[in-house]
Design a protein around this ligand. Structure first.
Ligand code: ATP
Ligand code: ATP
Ligand code: MG
Ligand code: MG
Lengths: 253, 253
């Protein structure tokens, strides 16, 4: 299981979650994407009407319902999604008082793991219990990093948290790599940040950088990943390249 | 007191907090900025070395220390800051179990209110207890909205939360206005989102839009607001205009 996380807001977690999973499914892998953000951006990014959902990830996490009936197919063959609604916002405080509060997602995933080659979780912009559930269940962590000053600042905090998770909750967790997002090589700050990341980040930095591309931000308003919205765009191509590189870094066993 | 909040990440909350407060101080107002985000981006945006801080907002919120000794002057005359470090990340779960957990900030502010014309709080990208403390203490709420699809989606959730705060925690809270940030009039999506916001947002939308301007994202790496980093930039001018408009919307009594 792969957690897509960075507590810095707006760095491209959801855009990476949607387009990387769509690209992997396009390459023939069976993929599940879990929307663990109360904003439900992955859910609306696939055109799912949240008001039509009676049950979602919240019901599995808090009420103990099994995941299977909650999973929805997307318009991309081979890619399923576990949607979320605003209801999930209540989960943070509700989980705080429950036994084994960090292990709920890990336990929920056990029965469905065999159905998928890769399972991804899109995390909210915080290091809270929803994110801790993803990190406790994850074998791999992918960190989108916007090519901006503040994005570098938060990375050391994230590494401290991941180290703590490894010591007390999940000995197998590892950082698979950082992905540079919204990269514009004409902007000096972006080039400097990317260089700094490659020089100082203690784990792998994916060679495929995701360029700033307006088609990536337009696609969700049509409820589709870029692959379907504009297959020839630079954003689509970049995420397909990233998908290839990802399968080399996280091979199937 | 003015809370700058939006649970959507990366919409320009911190950039607005730093540059709007700097502009108001430049116009002669006495201003305090409280960094209520564990990322501490406002703190580093003013060049403050977080590792040199022994005490910060966390110590007031959890240990009950008074705010006064924690407040630091910035390089802008008339503008003070209450800094934060990573320690604040622990406050979420620690506050969850304490009496009157939403009222801590409101009680801390009482003794220092007379010293300032305006007090602002920069919130993290979540609707958690740190944000609830700001909303409970606030008379006004300013909502930065990035001109992108996902940014509109979260606004209805934010309005629901503010309504709940008005009913149970703070009868005086009102939304002062939304601010369009990172606006590029050449991008159709941005123009559409700004129009949609003006048509559907139930409160005021500031006429001053903040353009996408790379100098705004470079300034924090020099530890200065744009006003000092590049006084003639479009970003600086836009925030000065916003400051004038803000004083008309939130006059001093
Ligand atoms: N490569 C890109 N080019 C252009 N726009 C992008 C790109 N990646 C993301 N965006 C846009 O930037 C905004 C932030 O991206 P996104 O919502 O994916 O980040 P996030 O990290 O998931 O945010 P949050 O912290 O709120 O969960 C969105 O409006 C998105 O459409
Ligand atoms: N008008 C602008 N033009 C160009 N870049 C901007 C502008 N406003 C903000 N930025 C940059 O965009 C990124 C996100 O902005 P910022 O950190 O202020 O958002 P935020 O809402 O405070 O994020 P978070 O949700 O993580 O607290 C930062 O790197 C910032 O420098
Ligand atoms: Mg997201
Ligand atoms: Mg911020």
């Amino acid at each position: 299981m792969v957690a897509i996380t960075n507590q810095k807001g707006g760095v491209g977690k959801t855009t990476t979650a949607i387009n990387l999973t769509a690209s992997l499914a396009h390459l023939g892998y069976r993929v599940l994407l879990i929307d663990s953000d109360p904003q439900g951006n992955c859910t609306s990014g696939f055109g799912i009407d949240k008001s039509s959902l009676e049950h979602c990830y919240y019901n599995a996490l808090i009420d103990g319902e099994s995941l299977e009936p909650l999973i929805v197919r997307t318009m991309i063959a081979g890619l399923d999604i576990l949607p979320s609604t605003m209801q999930l916002a209540g989960a943070e405080l509700e989980l705080a008082g429950i036994e084994q509060r960090e292990f709920h997602l890990k336990n929920l995933l056990e029965p469905i793991k065999p159905w998928y080659d890769y399972i991804f979780v899109d995390c909210p912009p915080s290091l809270s219990l929803l994110t801790l559930n993803a990190l406790t269940a994850a074998s791999d962590v992918v960190v989108p990093v916007q090519a901006e000053f503040y994005a570098l600042e938060g990375l050391s905090q994230l590494q401290v948290i991941i180290e703590r998770v490894r010591e007390s909750l999940n000995a197998h967790i590892q950082i698979t790599g950082a992905i540079v997002t919204m990269f514009d090589s004409r902007i000096r700050l972006a080039v400097d940040v990317a260089k700094e990341l490659e020089a100082s980040f203690p784990a792998y930095v994916f060679a495929s950088k995701i360029p700033r591309n307006v088609r990536l931000s337009e696609a969700p308003s049509y409820g589709k990943p870029a692959l379907l919205f504009d297959p020839k765009s630079r954003g689509t191509t970049a995420y397909l390249e990233l998908a290839h590189e990802f399968t080399r870094q996280v091979p199937l066993y």
